[in-house]
Write a protein of this length. Structure first.
Length: 577
């Protein structure tokens, strides 16, 4: 049975223990339960009482397609809420191969303690001085790790932003090619890792063994059907593999929900130059790759290998959210400049949504001109210098930067910046922004499926009817998907395929030797959300915190002339009781 690995970052000791009361849990369900049980809700997020929990899902390490997502949990230094942030890369599957259900970073060294790297193998844990990596970006750090531990080693790494405990800091994970292009981006969890003086956690799964299935034949049949479901759906089988997530640029812009110039407009004039179609054209012309998986066993293949004009690698995982944040919200027109900003953010270890929006705030505050990609690059790169005060401001995200420069137009919920859908014109995802336990987060309940893509239903994005119910159902289902270790994008196929949930349940049952039913599927998500709500309530959050910024209730969004018109009381129906 997989163990829980607890690592004391102050004493630099470790111990393995049986799952005990956490047996049968996985992914987000496990991280949120452990944070609720073990982290005082009123503690400072950078204190010794906070913990980072990295957990595999209930299907992690299996042959199930798209089951390689790692869940990270902690109290967020950005939002003050509980936080689950997950990522692709190789870390999850290697953790499973090492027979580790969850790795927990606990306690906190003294302020003047040196940074260390934590090396985990089948034989145990080593603590290695990381002085030669401190101050370096995640790409160079991962290259150093590969040089020391081999190219198959997997890294969980922070950049200079995490070292400085900035609240926009991400935790980066290495992909199958050793590039730190996969991020647990949201919530500032890189700052928590930095507070514990851990530069990198390195997994070497040499000699690890794959676990057995309780019912191998049943799992084989169910996983075969699962792969068929993903390949057959037009979004997971064609759209995302063909153009990546940036296929949404034209779609959301045409729908009038593409936030532009710090959420002033719903359409952007220059989207043709930053669209998924243009990105794919550039990649093909220059000799890059238009599709690749962020982890082994990915069938959707929505990641990309974006290269510059010389055909040299620039970035991968070039997501719609990043393209929008810099290209639409900050008005940068050059897709190569946006790609360089994406690479820079991954190297610094910062969330591209938070920092892209922060650049728009800086432009709104007159720090740099609107649409100036070179100035934006120079501004973001100042995060690299821990003594640079402007870099510290930018690295702490939208709310902090808005306050520093007197900007009152602040598109945040619980201090986390909104993603790439204006909630006035996509009201289902607006309900999610307001009521999720995570702060503004589209992935918590992706109502764009029903509002825009007409996947799993058809709910008018501009009206109120059906939005609360849709968001609630999606928040429950998403919490389950995160707990299983599956990629969120499988939801497109699941919503439109009658036997998809049963197929997932059959895989869980066959893997663990239990009876896992569609009722259990829903109950898993509900239990996870209840844990998260309990933590937030104990942390002092109330219904009044579940609302969008006031300017969205007053300012009409063009081209539809719509405002945000849900009351706090109406929104409470979206939360599980």
């Amino acid at each position: 049975m997989p163990k829980i690995l607890r690592i004391n970052t102050k004493e630099r000791t470790f111990r393995y223990e049986e799952p005990g009361k956490y047996a049968g849990l996985g992914g987000r369900n496990l991280t949120s339960r452990m944070v609720l049980d073990e982290v005082p809700a009123d503690t400072h997020a950078l204190s010794a009482d906070n913990k980072i929990v990295a957990a595999i899902g209930l299907l992690s390490g299996t042959a199930a397609a798209n089951s390689g997502r790692i869940s990270l949990g902690a109290k967020s230094p950005l939002t003050g809420t509980i936080k689950e942030s997950n990522s692709g890369g190789t870390f999850c599957q290697k953790l499973a191969r090492l027979d580790i259900l969850a790795m927990v970073l606990e306690d906190k060294p003294e302020a003047d303690a040196p940074f260390c790297n934590i090396i985990i193998t089948k034989d145990g844990v080593q603590f290695v001085d990381a002085a030669d990596m401190v101050g370096k970006g995640t790409y160079e750090s991962m290259d150093m790790i590969a040089g020391q531990y081999g190219k198959k080693a997997s890294g969980m790494i922070i950049g200079p932003a995490g070292e400085a405990c900035l609240t926009g800091a991400s935790i980066q994970f290495s992909d199958p090619w050793g590039r730190t292009a996969r991020a647990a981006g949201r919530g500032g969890l890189g700052a928590v890792m930095g507070s514990k003086k851990v530069k990198a956690v390195v997994l070497d799964d040499t000699g690890g063994e794959r676990f057995t299935y309780a019912d191998p034949e049943k799992f084989k049949a169910a996983s075969k059907r699962w792969a068929e479901i993903l390949r057959a759906h037009p979004v997971t089988g064609q759209g995302l593999p063909g153009f990546g997530t940036a296929i949404l640029v034209n779609i959301i812009n045409e729908a009038g929900a593409f936030p532009t110039k710090n959420f002033r407009e719903g359409r952007c004039d220059h989207v043709a130059g930053i669209s998924g179609e243009t990105i794919a054209e550039f990649i093909s012309k220059r000799g890059g790759k238009t599709k690749e998986g962020c982890h082994a066993g990915c069938l959707i293949q929505c990641s990309q290998n974006y290269v510059d004009e010389k055909g040299e690698y620039l970035t991968s995982g070039f997501e719609y959210e990043t393209v929008w944040a810099f290209g639409g919200n900050a008005l940068i027109k050059d897709i190569d400049q946006i790609a360089k900003l994406d690479r820079l953010c991954d190297d610094l270890g910062v969330d591209t949504i938070e920092i892209g929006n922060t650049v728009a705030i800086a432009m709104d505050g007159g720090v740099i001109p609107w649409g100036d990609g070179e100035a934006a690059y120079e501004l973001v790169n100042r995060i690299r210098d821990k003594k640079d005060h402007l870099g510290k401001i930018i690295g702490n995200g939208v709310g902090f930067t808005a306050q520093a420069f007197g900007v009152t137009r602040v598109p945040t919920v619980k201090n986390q910046s909104m993603p790439a859908y204006d909630p006035r014109a996509a009201k289902g995802v607006g309900v999610t922004y307001a009521t999720t336990t995570q702060g503004a987060d589209h992935t918590a309940g992706y109502a764009i499926c029903q509002n825009m893509l007409k996947v799993g239903g058809d709910v008018n994005p501009l009206g109120k009817e059906g939005q609360v119910e849709t968001s609630k159902a999606l928040q429950i289902a998403t919490a389950t998907v995160d707990s299983l270790g599956l990629c969120l994008f499988v939801a497109f196929a699941v919503l439109d395929t009658a036997d998809a949930v049963q197929c997932i349940c059959d895989m869980v049952s066959a893997r663990h030797g239990i009876e896992f039913t569609p009722d259990d599927f829903g109950a898993l998500g509900i239990a996870t959300l209840k844990d998260e709500i309990s933590f937030n309530t104990a942390a002092g959050f109330t219904a009044a915190d579940d609302q969008l910024p006031a300017f969205m209730m007053k300012e009409k969004l063009n081209p539809h002339g719509v405002v945000w018109d849900f009351s706090v009381e109406e929104l409470q129906a979206a939360k599980v009781q």
